[in-house]
Design a protein around this ligand. Sequence first.
Ligand code: JHZ
Length: 392
Amino acid sequence: MSFGKMPIANSFIKKNQFKKQFFYNMEAGFCKTCFTFQLIKVPKAKMMFNKNYAYLASTSNVMKKHWSKLSKKIIKKSKLNKKSFVVEIGSNDGIFLENIAKKKINHLGVDASKNVCDIAKSKGINSLNDFFNVNTAKKIKSKYGKADIIISTNTMHHIEDINSVVQGMSELIKNNGTIITEDPSLNEMLKKNAYDQIYAEHMYIWSLNSMSYLFGKYGMEIYDIENNNLHGGCSRYFIAKKNKKRITSRVISHMKLEKKIGLNKISTFYKFKKKINVLRKKLKSTLIKLKKKNKIIVGYGAPAKSTTILNFCDINFKLIDKIFDNSTTKIGKHTPGKSLIKIENSDKFKKTYSDYCVLFAWNHKKEILSKEKHYSRQHCKWIIPVPKLKII
Ligand code: JHZ
């Protein structure tokens, strides 16, 4: 499945960088052996995760509450105390670990991007700026001992050498410890036609089937699963060393569901490809029609996902005047690739007139629409690009 030439999704750029951009051929494929939907080739990790990583997890209050709730659940269920040890892989600005740190539980956040790691450190979170792999895991083990909990949220789809990560997890986790991962789910991506979940940093879109295959290679198994509707629909997996935990009926029925909807067959992905090509044409032609009527169109949210939408649908600054976003790392910059749309502080949204607004952060629809109630009251309209084009 080819998406054409793509920039790195989170590489929001300044005006003087327009001509110096990096592009790669974004092609997705499905492996019939391990059942993983994945990108064929990805840029080098350091090009994506470095001192300028643009995504700050704490920009959403809904996500803050979500991780705080999970931390309480883990502390209770695994009976964590001050002697326990929690490791997070891809800890970003500390949105999850701050809840663990507050309870004075031993912890370590590992993140490859220095800027987000520094934010976490400033919140008092013990953080290591490094890529997690089997070598990092060995170093952590010899310095701190084995972990009771290893958690990785929205990160397992970011790491090319995923085998080294899982091998590292198996080295670092205690015999009776729990590994928890949470990432966008393949089932939900297909259900919602959310092709914008695919970009270089999202090189794998996991399913229960593909995750089970991966962890099975290193003597571990998924014993429980929970699904939620955040970030466009995610699955949370609970993983332990083989035969340490009873496998729940939720896992069995989710396996059956994945088989029923064909997540193990390539034909499913051909259907997805057809559907997203229809969406692609519809979004661009709708914007062109509105522009011909002299309507002012802006965007809300410059998620990594917007890079896929804008570049795949060939939409640029001629169609969308500006995009509003609350990330300090993105404000004042432009969307990457050929789109080059200016990003402005979302606190200017209320004062800036427009007729239509494309909600690129469609996964935060509830939070954003309730924050910006004035927009609909002024008879302006939101354009929701996913799961199907909707004007509300
Ligand atoms: P959002 C991120 O993807 C990055 P992205 C990452 N690659 C990942 O794995 C997934 O999450 C799951 C802005 N915003 O959360 C902030 C407002 O302006 O959909 C963000 O720029 N006002 C690690 O980048 C963007 O929208 C608001 O009120 O696709 C949302 O990005 C809110 C709520 C957000 O993630």
